[in-house]
Design a protein around this ligand. Structure first.
Ligand SMILES: *Cc1c(COP(=O)(O)O)cnc(C)c1O
Length: 466
């Protein structure tokens, strides 16, 4: 979080730090936001969990991304909607100059409701139905086919005068990073046309030769855990393929390269590393011509734009001991930190502790498990975490959770989707705007078939007579 006024707050909270694109949500600004959230009643017995996004931080991250690619004359930065599929957040990003990458009918709907122009939306889902393809082409939304069979469908569905930019996703098969589930360019990945398989490259080139309207190549090498050199290697292969296709058809048919997203995020401290500028530099180092302006460039970053601009706050309900370990039972668990609960080594989270007044906790530091409210043993977001000794009514904060955490909840135990608030730091004050209210019990019941309550008693059609 950043601010522009140097005024100091009454009440002992240190002045807010100045804007620095390489540091997000500084400890001081986070403390100020937590204290104000508690004072404003955003964390209560009824709503003991909430997500927060620092609006100015988001704008600064988007500005830093634009700056990193300032040397490319034609670039569309499409935010990967799955990283934070919330309409007000998407609208903020549209206002900040971004496009939007979507991968399902739901995400497409959110992007349109957020106000993205169709030409600034890219549809990437791996399993598009004919109806989805037809609707996207009619709206003029850019679309990347996942495979050659999808190109055949597009052949049949493309309307005359179709405004959509059409591309093909390829898998450069450069290998995986440290998290298998985040590695999309392995030999047997489900995504794209596997470029190094026997005969595949030739089939891709021929697919372009036969389709003059196919003008884009797309690759997404991987997300969290994929090192920059691996991403750069995969995107260099994409560029070389574009050059090969253009040489074969004898003119520059491929005019744009869609580079996927996947800049890893540092979850260990407040530093933004690697930066989008380092990403661009890594690409240029491996393939100098990639960003030289001859191709329009599309990017699809998600986590790297939002993770460090968000946090989750939850009340501590009970504190207990088991087997010599102190355990805080909080309201933040696997329902908002699903990956962390199931793969704690791959997705570690920083946690910090605040008192019931929202002030930083000053009790002696002891190792504690930060557990959630779900009924399964793996529902722990941090194990043996050295934190000031927590008590009932305290607040725990999960750092760097602006992407894929509170915005991607899991409905286990019928727990509600938490409220999400935008926060704005200005002149030493924090104000909040509701992005999404917490899900009500009525909404949970409705989503759970309440209107069909009798379905299994009286809902079957009468058997047809012989
Ligand atoms: C998920 C995804 C992204 C965004 O990945 P991040 O790691 O959030 O940056 C971009 N492109 C595609 C095709 C994706 O599936």
């Amino acid at each position: 979080m950043t601010r522009d006024s140097p005024a100091s707050e009454p009440g002992g909270v240190p002045p807010l730090s100045e804007g620095d694109p390489d540091v997000s949500l500084s400890t001081e600004n986070l403390a100020l936001a937590v204290r104000q959230a508690v004072a404003d009643g955003l964390l209560t017995e009824d709503r003991p969990l909430a997500g927060f996004l620092d609006v100015r931080g988001v704008r600064e991250s988007v500005a830093a991304l634009h700056e990193a690619f300032a040397g490319v004359p034609d670039v569309l930065h499409a935010f990967a909607a799955k990283a934070c599929p919330l309409v007000p957040v998407l609208r903020l990003l549209a206002d900040a100059g971004m496009g939007c990458e979507v991968a399902s009918p739901g995400e497409l709907r959110l992007a349109l409701d957020a106000g993205f122009a169709p030409a600034r939306i890219v549809l990437d889902s791996p399993a598009k139905t004919r109806r989805e393809i037809r609707e996207a082409l009619e709206l003029g939304i850019a679309l990347n086919a996942d495979n050659l069979a999808e190109l055949d469908r597009i052949d049949a569905l493309r309307p005359a005068g179709c405004a959509s930019v059409l591309g093909l996703r390829v898998n450069p098969q450069v290998g995986g990073g440290s998290i298998g589930a985040m590695s999309t360019a392995t030999a047997q990945s489900k995504f794209g046309v596997a470029l190094r398989d026997p005969g595949a490259r030739e089939r891709v080139v021929e697919a372009f030769v036969r389709r003059p309207w196919l003008t884009r190549l797309h690759a997404h090498v991987g997300s969290q855990g994929c090192p920059l050199p691996l991403i750069a290697q995969g995107l260099a292969a994409l560029h070389r393929l574009a050059e090969e296709i253009n040489a074969r058809v004898g003119h520059r048919q491929v005019t744009s390269l869609d580079l996927g997203g996947g800049l890893p995020v540092n979850f260990a401290d407040d530093c933004v590393t690697p930066t989008h500028a380092e990403y661009a530099a890594a690409l240029t180092a491996v393939e100098p011509a990639l960003l030289d302006g001859r191709y329009q460039i599309v990017t699809e970053f998600g986590r790297s734009l939002l993770a460090k601009n968000g946090f989750t706050a939850a009340l501590v309900e009970y504190v207990k001991e088991a087997g010599g370990r102190r355990i805080a039972l909080t309201h933040a668990g696997a329902q908002i930190a699903t990956r962390t609960a199931f793969m704690p080594e791959a997705w570690p989270l920083r946690v910090s502790a605040y008192g019931p007044d929202g002030m930083p906790k000053r009790t002696p530091v002891v190792p504690q498990d930060i557990a959630g409210p779900l009924c399964f043993a793996g529902d722990v977001v941090a194990r043996a975490c050295p934190l000031p000794a927590l008590d009932e009514g305290d607040v725990v904060v999960l750092h760097d959770t602006g992407a894929y955490y509170f915005s991607a909840p899991w409905a286990y135990n019928s727990l509600p989707r938490p409220a999400v608030y935008g926060c704005l730091l200005q002149d030493g004050h924090v104000t909040f705007a509701t992005v999404r209210p917490a899900q009500s019990l009525r909404e949970i019941s409705l989503e759970s078939g309440r209107d069909h309550a009798d379905a299994l008693l009286t809902g079957f059609a009468a058997p047809s007579l012989p």
